[in-house]
Design a binder for this molecule. Structure first.
Ligand code: ADP
Ligand code: MG
Length: 684
């Protein structure tokens, strides 16, 4: 490669870019000539002449016409002015308005030809002019790129820089995408795609050019993920679990029900990982009630059979307690011990417990973050499972994985993640999906009602309670807030206490209670000493009270679809018909749409796709720990097909010998090396 076409030179190598501009460009993430050439416009200015009849109100337009009247000039204030002139454009007589440009008055001669660009006010038949050429249309390029720019760099400067870079270095542009994929997808050569993006002749050309960048971006990303997965597997020295199939079968058969097909499938995927020499790094997705806990129990028992301990980490104390209880029950006729470790376990009790864990007397330990404290040591930790995976940050995932010597790791989540997001956010993981509910589940009946129906709903709840059932009432906030006119748990609690007087006990739970207080309320509810539980969303995750059949949600429009679905999943866990009542007066269209979708769909995956559509990928996981990669051109939601294609292409590539050896893939290998996925010495 000679110096003239090396795109990786500092951007200062482009003529006209001095130290000062280089620094600003660096600040924009543009370091090399390549970065500059690939800095694509975020929109285009369209200077093509149009027939005004086809232009929408408020649209930008460029027209050519003849000055048809003497301009009239009006001043207001010292410096402000408005210049108006009539212009004949084809068969239309329109007005052109210039703000604060009084000096144009002399230049606008009657009958002279002008070309003006600006916003078209269809009602007033007026263009407010932002650009004028005193003469006929003379733009070289009718569509001009607009770049996002910074400080001293204007859009015009940016265009100049990019054009200069292209004239010096275009010969160095090569296709990153391997040839066979280029032709399979009929992608334009990268050089052509880059030229089109910077200088399109027609808007239609952009679409074709964009395809190159979308696919390249996805392919590079997926190559990174797939290479990472491959190396993690090859280098992880995972535990090769020795699992006696007969003994494991004995356990599975002790369960009070047969596994669903989906459960069987994911169990076998998990066991394959556990028995292999690589470390399991698997995400288990399954809708609420799909039976993930049982799958976890089977995996834990398998670890035990091979002589290892297993840990289950969950986000809340209540959930930890429930899981510990249900596992203890599941394993009651097997010679294993299940222990619970949360931050409420303190002092001597904690020390004793930790000692028994360290000595290997405890086989299964369930806990919250308390599990990843420094002083927690395991005798022989072979399997780590986390529930509600996306609530844990990436860092916590790592700490947990570092306990024990390369334990297998299974992340469970009941929040169905749209496939597009799952393969992006968890790109380097394997994914198992339980896409089937146990047979005989009754559909939860979901209703959307207005607040004015509250009395009727409360009487309906009363009937359910008379039949021996219980109810949840969920509110968005704890206390009254000036900003948001929303019902709050404390208010609602007193309303209900008043309404049901001494007929029913109404409990209150929210995030400001201590965990001991929360546990107490939860216990009262699960033992039916409290019949109605008013709560904020702290009950969202995993809580299991099968006798509860009503889930009423106040101001339901405040919640996202996935969250509503999680809340709904708290009922319908027993054999009786359950109900979900959404109390909402949504004002926005999307709010109404969310309520409609909830009443029509029970499928978590479908809802999550819809949620993604309504909220966008940025919001899906919540801002804090999204860990989502940002794509410059590609859009995960709209280009999902390309994303999936790129994933399978990348997987095939990293598995092939040729990819690691042939010269055809050198550039891609260098890319992986540069991003730190592959050590240099792998690339001889
Ligand atoms: P998840 O954690 O996925 O929300 P759980 O594991 O808590 O679901 O299971 C929900 C309920 O379904 C539990 O009461 C569980 O005992 C029951 N269950 C799980 N698997 C089956 C099955 N194959 N057949 C019948 N019931 C099942
Ligand atoms: Mg669960």
């Amino acid at each position: 490669m000679n110096a003239d076409n090396n795109l990786l030179q500092p951007v200062g190598a482009v003529k006209g870019i001095g130290a000062e501009f280089e620094e600003i460009l660096n600040g924009m993430g543009i370091y090399t000539v390549k970065d500059l050439i690939e800095y694509l416009p975020y929109r285009y200015e369209d200077y093509r002449l149009k027939d005004l009849a086809e232009v929408q109100h408020d649209e930008r337009v460029t027209v050519e016409g003849k000055v048809h009247s003497e301009p009239s000039l009006a001043f207001f204030g010292k410096k402000k002015s408005r210049l108006t002139v009539r212009v004949l454009v084809g068969r239309y007589l329109i007005s052109a308005v210039f703000f604060n440009r009084p000096y144009y008055k002399k230049k606008l001669e009657l009958q002279s030809t002008i070309t003006i660009s600006g916003k078209w006010d269809k009602h007033r038949q007026t263009i407010s002019v932002s650009e004028i050429v005193f003469g006929p249309q003379a733009k070289q390029h009718e569509i001009e790129p607009v770049y996002s720019v910074k400080e001293k760099i204007t859009v015009k400067t940016m265009r100049k820089f990019i054009n200069q870079a292209l004239s010096q270095y275009a010969s160095g542009i090569t296709d990153m995408i391997p040839e066979q994929l280029m032709s399979a997808y009929r992608l334009p050569p990268k050089k052509e795609a880059i030229f089109t993006m910077h200088h399109p002749l027609k808007h239609e050309d952009l679409k074709h050019a964009r395809r190159y960048f979308v696919y390249e971006e996805f392919l590079l990303f997926q190559l990174k993920m797939q290479a990472l997965r491959k190396f993690q597997r090859e280098q992880s020295h995972g535990i090769i679990h020795q699992i006696d199939p007969l003994q494991l079968e004995g356990f599975t058969e002790s369960l009070p029900f047969p596994l669903t097909n989906a459960q069987q499938r994911v169990v076998s995927e998990i066991l394959t990982d556990m028995k292999s020499n690589y470390r399991m790094n698997r995400l288990l997705q399954g809708d609420v009630g799909s039976g993930k806990t049982v799958v976890a129990a089977i995996a834990m028992y398998a670890a035990h059979l091979s002589g290892y301990q297993a840990a289950l980490m969950v986000p809340t104390e209540i959930l930890a307690e429930q899981h510990a209880e249900s596992l203890a029950q599941t394993f009651s006729s097997f010679p294993v011990t299940v222990a619970l470790l949360t931050s409420s376990v303190k002092g001597k009790k904690r020390r004793e417990l930790l000692k028994r864990v360290a000595d290997g007397e405890i086989q299964f330990i369930v806990g919250t973050h308390a599990l990843i404290q420094q002083d927690v040591h395991f005798a022989k930790l072979g399997l780590v499972i986390t529930d509600e995976q996306h609530r844990f940050g990436v860092e916590q995932r790592k700490v947990l994985r570092a306990k024990g010597e390369n334990p297998d790791v299974l992340f469970m989540t009941a929040t169905p993640i749209p496939r597009t997001l799952a393969i992006t956010a968890f790109g380097e993981m394997d994914v198992s999906v339980i896409d089937e509910l146990p047979a005989g589940r009754k559909q939860i009946e979901t209703y959307w009602v207005k607040h004015e129906m509250l009395d009727r709903i409360l009487r309906f709840i009363h009937k359910e309670l008379q039949a021996g059932r219980q109810a949840y009432v969920i509110c968005p906030l704890i206390e009254e807030s000036d900003k948001l006119d929303v019902q709050n748990a404390i208010d609602v609690h007193s309303t209900l206490v008043h309404f049901y007087k001494d007929k029913w006990n109404v409990g209150l739970m929210h995030g400001r209670l201590t965990s001991a207080e929360k546990d107490e309320v939860m216990r009262e509810f699960s033992e039916n000493r409290v019949q109605i539980l008013v709560s904020t969303t702290v009950v969202e995750v995993g809580v299991n009270v099968p006798n509860a059949t009503v889930m009423m949600i106040y101001d339901a429009e405040r919640f996202g679809l996935s969250q509503l679905h999680q809340l709904r999943g708290r009922v319908g866990r027993g054999s009786s018909q359950s109900y979900c009542i959404l109390l909402a007066d949504p004002k926005s269209e999307t709010g109404k749409e969310r309520m409609r979708v909830m009443t029509e769909t029970a499928d978590g995956f479908e809802l999550s796709e819809k949620d993604l559509e309504l909220r966008g990928p940025g919001d899906f996981f919540g801002r804090k720990q999204s860990g989502m990669p940002e794509f410059k051109v590609a859009d995960m939601v709209h280009d999902y097909r390309a994303l999936e294609t790129a994933r399978s292409d990348a997987a095939k590539l990293v598995q092939s010998e040729a990819f690691w050896q042939s010269n055809d893939y050198r550039e891609l290998r260098e890319y992986l090396e540069k991003t730190g996925v592959v050590d240099g010495d792998k690339l001889d």
